[in-house]
Each structure stands twice: as structure tokens, then as C-alpha cells.
Design a binder for this molecule. Structure first.
Ligand code: NAD
Ligand code: AKB
Length: 322
């Protein structure tokens, strides 16, 4: 539209675990009218989150993304729509279609409309051959389809950057722990579900072994990292910009259960590993985030005990409101 300044923000997959909180944070920072939430589900034009607009948008529909960006004056996309690891392994074709196809749609729209883009990657890019403390640069040979789509996402981001000058940034998020929206079908969902079960039943049957150690992060830190990366001056970012490892926590399922038991009287946890154990076993225990620290000064604020307290407090308040 002539004369329209393209400074609005579009979030895809906005009703998911991250989108629910990212939209809230972006609306606080930029004003509700400047942030358009979208998802393949939800009510069209419903003011769904924090009094802003929510539109129905399938990320496989490139033309619809381009039209929306032109009509609304969008300058930046946070592209969160995807299938996570557990759901993805159950439906690999759909996982490839949504995760890779959706990323291409968004990058094509970015080329057409000169957009800046944030596309999350994941610790799932690493495979069993990567060091257990995963460095930023190492062989990426994931054994999950989901992990393959995340590696492809990083490669596509680099390609659009190099060939078309698109500013695409990403973080290899660890397992994210939050209470405002349910976890979306991933392997690390046990670290979210355990809190609700602890408050409701004082018992959780965990689907990975007690010694399963994975990189994890509280959602407040993940949102802060996302905003910090997108605020960073482009000339401070090096070749890892499509998928930064970030410093985070690293604890076993048993350590998490013990930390919750310190706060919730009578809480007990059993462990009955299922197929998701295989995906967890293929991922690193922890990651080296020193490049993100050097380039845009990232460090997390929550340790395990603080995160457990914040989760239990947030969930208890939410349950009182229900
Ligand atoms: P989620 O599953 O909670 O949400 C994804 C959203 O995408 C859902 O609301 C879903 O309705 C929507 N969606 C699915 N197909 C769509 C389509 N075709 N068009 C539009 N929307 C569609 O996922 P999340 O946890 O919020 O993750 C967001 C991103 O972050 C994903 O790329 C994921 O791989 C990445 N990530 C998440 C975690 C985590 O622990 N949550 C960790 C690492 C990486
Ligand atoms: C999943 O478990 O699939 C996600 C991830 C680590 O990418 N939470």
C-alpha cells in the first residue's frame, strides 16, 4: 500500500506454547495494534491475545502471507508454526511439509516484501554423533525427521541471507518450560506436564528415564533471548545467526522431579520410558552458547530451583483464576 510504513509484526503459529507468550511480549513492547497473531486455528479476526488481532493463516499459503504483509504493512515475521518432534515422528510427511514448506513460504514472502525474519531452530539439529556438550559448530546428523527439518531450516535461512540479502535469525531453543499454554507435542513436554500433574495429583508418570539429561530453559528467558537477538545490530552477528546455541539449564528428569518434590509435599514420580526416550537419547545433554554470549551478550537468569518456584507459582495462580 503506497505510503504505508512496513513496521508491523506478524507471528505465525501464534497460539502455540511459544507464540502465546511471544505475542504478549511483542504487544507490550510495540503496542497491541502493531502485532498480528496468526495460526491455522482460532477464530478469524478475534481479539485473541492481549487485545490484538488474530487471523487465520496457513503458512503453506505463500500468496496469503504476501497479501497480508502488503495489506497490513508487515516488516518482520516471527515464524513459529511447526510440528514438534513427537508429533512429527508420528506423521513425518506432514512434519516435512509444514516445517520445511512453511519455512520456504515465509522466506519467499520475506524476499517479496523485504521482511526481517525470526525462525526458531532446536537442539534437535544434533544427532547421536554430536558431543554431549554440543558446540555451536559440529556435524549435524539428526535421527528424527523433526531434527532434519530444523537443519534444513537453518540451511534455508543461510541461503536466503546469502543469495537474497534477507535478514533471517534463529535460536536453537532447548526444551522450553512454561505454564501459559500447553506444550505442543515435543519430547521435552515431560518437563512441562510434570508441574500440572504435581499440583493436581501429587504424582507424575514420566515418559523418559530418570537419568535423561537435556538442555532446558524457562520461557521468560526464551522470550528475552528472542527479543535480544532480534534487537542485535546486524553487523555484530556472525555465521551462526540462523541457529545460535544459547546457554541454558541442563538437568535430568530425576533432578527435576526432586526439585519439585522440595516444593510440593508428597509429590512422587515414576518413570516409564516410551518411544520419546529414543529421541531424547539422540540429543545433547547441554550446549555451548559462548558465541551467542559473545555476539549479543546472552545469558539466562533462571536456575532450576528458581524456575520450579516460578512455574508452581504461575500455575497455582492460573488454577485459581480458572
Ligand atoms: P506449538 O506446537 O506449541 O505451536 C505451533 C503452532 O503452529 C500451533 O498453534 C499450530 O496450530 C500452528 N500450526 C501448525 N501448522 C500450521 C500451519 N500449516 N499454518 C499455521 N500454523 C500452523 O510449538 P511451539 O512450542 O510454540 O514451537 C514454536 C517453534 O519453536 C517451532 O518451530 C518449534 O520447532 C520451535 N521450538 C520449540 C521448542 C519448545 O520446547 N517449545 C524447542 C525448540 C524449538
Ligand atoms: C521437542 O521436544 O520437540 C521440542 C524441541 C526441543 O525442539 N521441545
Amino acid at each position: 500500500m503506497p505510503g504505508l510504513v512496513a513496521d508491523k509484526i506478524l507471528v505465525t503459529g501464534a497460539l502455540g506454547q511459544i507464540g502465546t507468550e511471544l505475542v504478549e511480549a511483542l504487544r507490550e513492547k510495540h503496542g497491541p495494534a502493531n502485532v498480528i497473531a496468526s495460526d491455522i486455528r482460532g477464530e478469524n479476526t478475534k481479539a485473541s491475545t492481549n487485545g490484538g488481532v488474530h487471523v487465520l493463516l496457513d503458512v503453506l499459503d505463500t500468496e496469503a502471507i504476501i497479501t497480508l504483509c502488503r495489506q497490513e504493512g508487515v516488516g518482520t515475521i516471527y515464524h513459529l508454526a511447526a510440528l514438534l518432534s513427537a508429533t512429527g515422528e508420528q506423521n513425518p510427511e506432514l512434519c516435512r511439509k509444514v516445517n520445511v514448506g512453511g519455512t520456504i513460504s515465509v522466506l519467499e514472502a520475506a524476499k517479496e516484501c523485504s521482511l526481517r525474519v525470526f525462525i526458531p531452530s532446536s537442539i534437535a539439529v544434533f544427532g547421536p554423533d554430536a558431543p554431549k556438550h554440543a558446540p555451536q559448530v559440529t556435524a549435524l546428523n539428526p535421527t528424527t525427521v523433526y531434527g532434519e527439518t530444523k537443519v534444513k531450516g537453518e540451511l534455508l535461512a543461510q541461503e536466503y541471507w546469502e543469495k537474497h540479502g534477507i535478514d533471517v535469525r534463529g535460536i536453537r531453543y532447548p526444551g522450553l518450560i512454561s505454564y501459559k499454554a500447553p506444550a505442543g507435542g515435543g519430547t521435552t513436554d515431560y518437563a512441562v506436564e510434570i508441574f500440572e500433574a504435581a499440583l493436581k495429583d501429587r504424582y507424575y508418570n514420566c515418559f523418559v528415564r530418570p537419568d535423561t539429561r537435556l538442555p532446558m530453559l524457562y520461557m521468560d528467558d526464551a522470550i528475552r533471548a528472542t527479543l535480544m537477538l532480534m534487537d542485535a545490530q546486524v553487523d555484530t552477528l556472525g555465521p551462526s545467526k540462523a541457529g545460535y546455541n544459547i546457554d541454558c539449564q541442563s538437568f535430568t528428569a530425576e533432578e527435576l522431579a526432586q526439585a519439585i518434590a522440595k516444593e510440593v509435599d508428597g509429590f512422587t514420580c515414576d518413570f516409564s520410558p516410551d518411544v520419546r526416550q529414543t529421541y531424547a537419547d539422540s540429543w545433547p545433554d547441554s550446549v555451548d552458547g559462548s558465541i551467542a554470549k559473545q555476539e549479543w551478550n546472552w545469558s539466562p537468569t533462571y536456575d532450576l530451583d528458581e524456575m520450579v518456584k516460578a512455574m508452581l507459582h504461575g500455575l497455582s495462580n492460573k488454577q485459581e483464576v480458572r
